[in-house]
Design a protein around this ligand. Sequence first.
Ligand SMILES: NC(=O)c1ccc[n+]([C@@H]2O[C@H](COP(=O)([O-])OP(=O)(O)OC[C@H]3O[C@@H](n4cnc5c(N)ncnc54)[C@H](O)[C@@H]3O)[C@@H](O)[C@H]2O)c1
Length: 373
Amino acid sequence: MIAHAQSQVVAPDFWAGKRVFMTGHTGFKGGWLSEWLLEMGAELCGYALAPVSEGTVSGFAPFFEELELSGRMTHVIGDIRDSEKMTRALLDFDPEIVIHMAAQPLVRLSYREPVETYDVNVMGTVRLLEACRQLKNLKTIQIVTSDKCYDNREQIWGYREHDPMGGFDPYSNSKGCAELVTSAYRNSFFHPDAYDDHGVSVCSGRAGNVIGGGDWSLDRLIPDAMRAHCTGNALTIRAPHAIRPWQHVLEPLSGYLTLIQASYERPRDVAQGWNFGPRDSEAMNVRKVMTVLQEHLGDGFSWTEQVDPQDLHEATWLKLDCTAALEWLGWAPRFTTSEALGMTAQWYGSSDPAARRQIVSEQISRMLSPLAA
Ligand SMILES: NC(=O)c1ccc[n+]([C@@H]2O[C@H](COP(=O)([O-])OP(=O)(O)OC[C@H]3O[C@@H](n4cnc5c(N)ncnc54)[C@H](O)[C@@H]3O)[C@@H](O)[C@H]2O)c1
């Protein structure tokens, strides 16, 4: 039984001077996490493909470039499937913390590119974990998967950490497979019972649809909405009734950081998968998300609904039960979905890159500030 935790928050002092190797730092979540870790004084090495400008609109650069991250961290461009290059980058940097976020993260693309999706998401995870076995000063591995890793029975209850892995489509299934791979590596090479021998805690974080400034991915609701808004077009939504655990990108990131902090204090106890999602009361369907977004963006934003029965299968009901993180890590979501949508609209609504950088820093500070009583 894991001990109950006091309310725990991300502790900047913990991160100052920590050597962190992160894959996927050139992406949306990677950009936010890199900025946050650098602001807390971590020494950071990122490994990922080059940032992509596909999907951005005029006046915006890829998030990684907007944040001017390349000059502030060790920045290695490489494919996660290139074991030799990735292992060399990892060994050269010699981190104590590894955070694995590099992935092909899109459901619809996974229908078009299933083999590549499995290759990157599953074998990429295998290759990274295998490389980690060679590190001498490693203490924690954090693998980022997804709420979609579960066998989705479209149930009304949230999934718990010990529910079976599954995934209908190649992306979701690849994340279930990445969880199984992580579990097998933990059992075989980093078992909690043998912690005194290897000294490594292996955890994973499962979160849902995250929103926030800087995401320009194709076929994701908020980036699609913002592209339409910025170019003066109406958005067509495919699944107005679909319910997702929407949350600001800083929420799961705070979960990953809190979990890593806990892994230094209780390395055996926390070596497992963890859910990080919004409170049940915050679940919203797509139509409601659009309505709230419009309240923040004003009349210039509009959308139409087009339900296509021939469309690709995507889960319509997906919730996480986050009791374990709440009780045992002391982690809790900070913002309501409405606040998260407001924070997102604030970033996309700013036309000046310097102002957008400022917004990112302010939102990180807001995340770290104590909650009003
Ligand atoms: N954004 C979400 O709503 C969400 C939800 C749940 C889980 N996740 C997971 O979070 C992680 C980050 O997602 P994101 O939204 O920032 O995606 P993103 O597409 O913005 O970033 C993906 C990152 O992975 C890197 N990458 C992709 N293929 C690679 C390869 N072959 N070799 C090396 N690097 C490669 C990219 O260069 C980029 O840095 C992923 O593991 C994703 O599955 C995201």
